[in-house]
Design a binder for this molecule. Structure first.
Ligand code: SAM
Length: 248
């Protein structure tokens, strides 16, 4: 359960009191930092799966002239993104959209996305709120939304445009990497960070749920260690470039 009421980062502040909204976590701030570094002045930028709006608001605040849109399917998240943008004095477009569907093809220079990526065994939940379940449920091996995020971003980027993906290693990392290599060029890891597997701390967790992720880790599908009270994993920020030529 989230107990803090605000998360601050540089000069920015984000609400963290709504249990229906994914408040910025270390992974979010890593993606925000990389987006601020990689988006160039004046570029058109979309932050999909925006949650609190943290990544889009950071780009709007620190990249001169960037044209920023943010999108989500959780109405509570969109309201929070609006409030956070106002509170931080930035102008961004806030849109309801299943990933990138509401946006035109070839529309963006850069897209960032931090998709839901927690493994959910069929029929089970991690005991999080409805909004947090939406923010985390990545299907059986965590990769459903990760793979959609990678494949569907391509046509919404201009040729040569870049995808910035926050990839949690508690999802099927090898499948994500193969899919990136298949659809993009110059795929590179910009940063990585060790983080807690927070559903095991925040949710109502029973042994079969933990057994599911232990099993995925033991057969190499996900990367997680279990020596500490809360299991640990890694998140990466990956940058991938849309090829200039149409795919053959
Ligand atoms: C892991 S959270 C990331 C939030 C924020 N970007 C951050 O880094 O803190 C994932 C977000 O994706 C949203 N989401 C889930 N499925 C989606 C979909 N199909 N299309 C758009 N957003 C989705 C959730 O509502 C949630 O806000």
């Amino acid at each position: 359960m989230t107990t803090t009421t605000a998360i601050t980062w540089r000069e920015l502040s984000f609400e963290a009191s709504d249990r229906q909204v994914y408040a910025p976590r270390p992974a979010s701030l890593l993606l925000a930092a990389k987006a601020v570094e990689r988006v160039r002045p004046g570029e058109r930028f979309l932050d999909a799966c925006t949650g609190s709006g943290v990544v889009g608001i950071a780009v709007a605040r620190y990249v001169a002239g960037a044209e920023v849109s943010v999108a989500d399917v959780n109405p509570s998240a969109l309201e929070a993104a609006h409030r956070n943008a106002d509170a931080n004095g930035v102008a961004i477009q806030v849109i309801f959209s299943d990933l990138y569907k509401a946006f035109p093809n070839d529309g963006f220079d850069v897209i960032s996305v931090h998709p839901p990526a927690v493994p959910y065994p069929p029929g089970a939940t991690w005991g999080l709120s409805e909004g947090m379940t939406l923010a985390t449920d990545g299907g059986s091996d965590g990769s459903e939304l990760v793979i959609r995020s990678i494949v569907e971003a391509r046509s919404h980027l201009r040729p040569g445009g870049r995808l910035l993906l926050l990839l949690p290693h508690w999802s099927n990392v090898a499948l994500a990497r193969r899919t990136l290599e298949e659809h993009y060029v110059q795929v590179q890891e910009l940063a990585r960070l060790e983080v807690e597997f927070f559903p095991a701390r925040d949710g109502v967790v029973d042994e079969p749920l933990l057994e599911h992720v232990r099993q995925l880790a033991s057969n190499g599908t996900i990367e997680m260690t279990f020596e500490t009270e809360v299991p640990l994993s890694v998140v990466s920020v990956i940058e991938a470039t849309r090829p200039l030529e149409p795919q053959g």
